[in-house]
Design a protein around this ligand. Structure first.
Ligand SMILES: Nc1ncnc2c1ncn2[C@@H]1O[C@H](COP(=O)(O)OP(=O)(O)O)[C@@H](O)[C@H]1O
Ligand SMILES: [Mg+2]
Length: 377
């Protein structure tokens, strides 16, 4: 008999934490038929080691498990109390939801967003349809499944063409920007053929590009190791990172090639963090990112990419519900560092927020609730 109700866990610390992820192997030849930039979003073992080291500083034991086809078996064997999820998945239309679905099936708690959200957020078209339904600003767009569909009148050249379900700048290079119908159709057909996904075509947004990080949820203060990070609504807003698109390979586009370059020894070349924005725009960007996060039911952590249109109005591009966590390199880590938050504390808070949600932690008694004599949680 199956039992899908969540048991009360309240496990004593320390926990056994399994960090799961997909590792890039430059020596491994790519399988036939995958795009040239396949696996660009995979992690390195150094990143996994950094996550484990961060978690171990708090007394927990860790193990790393490859998020490959053996994962169902290695998970059972390792039997972790909780999983720190970095798994990008192995293909299909919702690969970032694969490991979460397996973990739900095995009833193992895990960090950050759950199955449905990770499936939706990988699909940029679906995400934008949901945001648009709630009146969040997005550039006019159309999804092409074959490439010769009639073009919607709201699409205006230049247009931007990208795979609907990829990340890390995959399928985004200088040819993503198209000026004519012939170029549009050629590029859409290329994307559909190579990535085996629909092509998402959007009006080109010529303005500044920002990425906005979010951490928390309404009851974050009850479970965080750093309750002071969180505002009244339970969310922490990281300093906004602006991309210096003038420095990237393509004109004004954050390509896969640009994304894969190492950050120079002098710091984060090509970025400004905190971005220099007037306070009104800053508030607007953070408000939009938070709504974008909440509307698709993202949990605990995300990064939202936003660009300004020709009139200077912000338009949501996409949300990353599984943001990279490579110290000194990933956008979210750069944002945290810009306000003095250490990688270790960031990683531990992502873990503790999850543990709180899955019933593994006693909620903290907040001062105000203590005074009222009422119970928390
Ligand atoms: N509509 C658009 N107009 C202008 N540039 C865009 C647009 N959509 C994407 N880009 C550029 O392409 C980059 C990658 O696109 P994005 O949707 O964020 O995909 P990824 O998942 O690869 O990060 C963005 O960072 C931005 O520089
Ligand atoms: Mg992006």
């Amino acid at each position: 008999m199956t039992n899908d109700s969540q048991p009360v866990r309240r496990m004593k610390r320390p926990w056994k934490v399994a960090v799961i992820g997909n590792i890039k192997d430059p020596n491994q030849p790519k399988p036939e038929g995958v795009p040239p930039d396949a696996f660009a979003d995979f992690d390195t073992m150094e990143t996994m080691d950094a996550l484990r080291a961060a978690i171990e500083t708090d007394g927990h034991s860790t193990v790393f498990l490859h998020a490959d086809r053996e994962l169902p078996y290695t998970l059972k064997k390792a039997s972790p109390d909780i999983v720190f999820n970095m798994a990008e998945g192995l293909g299909g239309d919702a690969r970032e939801a694969q490991a979460p679905a397996l973990l739900e099936m095995l009833n193992i708690p895990y960090t950050a967003s759950r199955v449905l959200t990770n499936g939706i957020s990988l699909d940029k078209t679906l995400t934008k349809r949901i945001w648009r339904d709630r009146r969040l600003p997005v550039a006019p767009f159309q999804e092409f499944n074959i490439g010769d569909e009639p073009i919607r009148p709201e699409l205006k050249y230049p247009l931007f063409v990208k795979p609907a379900r990829e990340g890390t700048g995959m399928g985004v290079d200088t040819k993503a920007l198209v000026n004519t119908e012939a170029e549009l159709r050629e590029r859409a057909q290329y994307i559909i053929g190579v990535y085996k996904h629909p092509a998402l075509v959007e009006n080109f947004l010529p303005g500044r590009e920002f990425t906005v990080g979010i951490l928390g949820r309404a009851d974050a203060k009850l479970y965080s190791r750093r309750p002071e990070w969180y505002e009244k609504d339970g969310f922490h807003r990281f300093p906004i990172l602006e991309l210096d698109t003038g420095n990237t390979e393509g004109p004004w586009i954050y390509t896969n090639e640009a994304k894969s370059k190492d950050v120079g020894p002098e710091g984060n070349e090509g970025f400004f963090c905190p971005a220099i924005v007037d306070p009104e725009l800053e508030k607007k960007l953070q408000r939009l990112a938070l709504r974008a996060h909440n509307i698709i039911n993202a949990l605990d952590v995300s990064r939202v990419d936003i660009r300004l249109d020709g009139e200077g109005n912000p338009r949501l591009i996409e949300i990353n519900t599984l943001p990279g966590l490579t110290p000194g390199y990933s956008d979210l880590c750069l944002q945290a560092a810009a306000e003095g938050i250490e990688h270790t504390d960031l990683v531990l808070d992502i873990l503790y927020l999850a543990a709180g949600r899955w019933g593994m932690l006693e909620p903290r008694q907040l001062e105000e609730t203590k005074k009222n004599g009422s119970r928390t949680g």
